[in-house]
Design a protein around this ligand. Sequence first.
Ligand code: HEM
Ligand code: HEM
Length: 262
Amino acid sequence: MNIQTRKPGAVAEVDEDTPLVTAVLTGDATAEDLESVRRHASVYVYETPVRLWHWINAAAILVLIVTGWLIANPPPTMQIGEAANQFVFGYIRFAHFAAAMIMTAGFFGRIYWAFMGNHHSKQMFRLPILNRHWWSEVFFEIRWYLLLEKEPKKYIGHNPLAQLAMFFFMTLGLSFMIVSGFALYAEGSGQGSLPDILLGWVIPLVGSSQTLHGLHQLGMWAIVVFVMIHIYVAVREDIMSRQSIVSTMISGHRTFKDDRRD
Ligand code: HEM
Ligand code: HEM
C-alpha cells in the first residue's frame, strides 16, 4: 500500500497496482511516465555532515595543492617594488596553513561522523577485505571502467572500487599529509610547541627535513592523481551509470534510472 495524492490537500491509501491518479498534478504526464514515477523511489545516502565535509574538504585541498605547488616551486621573493609585494610567499604559506587547519579539523569531524552517522558514512574508513563478493565487485568495476562490461551494477553507497580508492587516497592519504604537514610546521613553530611535542619525532624518523618535504610533496601528487580520476569518474558515472551520482553528493539522495535488478 502507498499513499497517493488525488488533488492538492486530499490524501488516500490505494493499492500498489492501481495507476497513479496524480496526472492532474504532473503536467502532461502519460500513463507510462506515471508508472515510472511510481517505481523510482530515492534513498537518502549521504547525510548533511558528509556532504558539507565533502565540499569543504575539496575546496581546502584545492587551495593546499595550488599553494603547496608554489611552496615547492617558489616565485622570486625579492623584487624592486612595493613593500607589500615582498610578502607574497608569506601569503602563500599563510593560505597553505589556513587551508591545512580547515582540512585537518574537517577530517577529525568526518571521523567523528563515521561513528555517529549512517552505514554509508563508515564506508570510507572500513574495507570488507575478507568478503569475496566485495572483491568480485571491485574487479567488476575495474572492467566496467575499462568499458569491458555492458551494463553497470547499481549501488546505494559508494561502489567498491570507489571505496577502495577513497580509503587509500583520502583516509590514509590525508592522514599522511596531516602528520607530515604538522611535523614540518613544528620546525617553524619551534621546540616545545604543540606540533613539536606531538609530531616533532617524525623528522628524525624519516632522516631529515628535506626528506620529509619530498615525501609531503609526493603525497600531494598522489592526491592530484586521485582528484583527476575522481572528478572524471563522477561525471562519467553520472552519465553512464544507472543511478544519480553528482546530485547525490549535493542533495544526499540516490535515485535510480531503471528498476531492473542489479
Ligand atoms: C579536491 C577535490 C575532491 C576531493 C578530494 C573529493 C573527495 C571525495 C571523497 C573523500 C568522497 C567520499 C565521501 C564520503 O564517503 O565521505 C567523495 C565522494 C564523491 N565526490 Fe568528491 N572530491 C572532490 C571533488 C569532487 C567534485 C568536483 C565532484 C563533482 C564533479 C565530486 C563528486 C563526488 C561524488 C558524486 C561523490 C559520491 C560518489 C558516490 O555517490 O558514490 N567530488 N569525494
Ligand atoms: C592535501 C593536503 C596537502 C597538500 C596537497 C600539501 C602540499 C604541500 C606541498 C607540495 C608542499 C611543498 C613541499 C616542498 O617543500 O617541496 C608543502 C609544504 C608544506 N606543507 Fe603542505 N600540503 C598538505 C597538507 C598540509 C598540512 C595538513 C599541513 C599542516 C600544517 C601542511 C604544512 C606544510 C608545511 C609546514 C610545509 C613547508 C612550508 C615551507 O617549507 O615553507 N601541509 N605542502
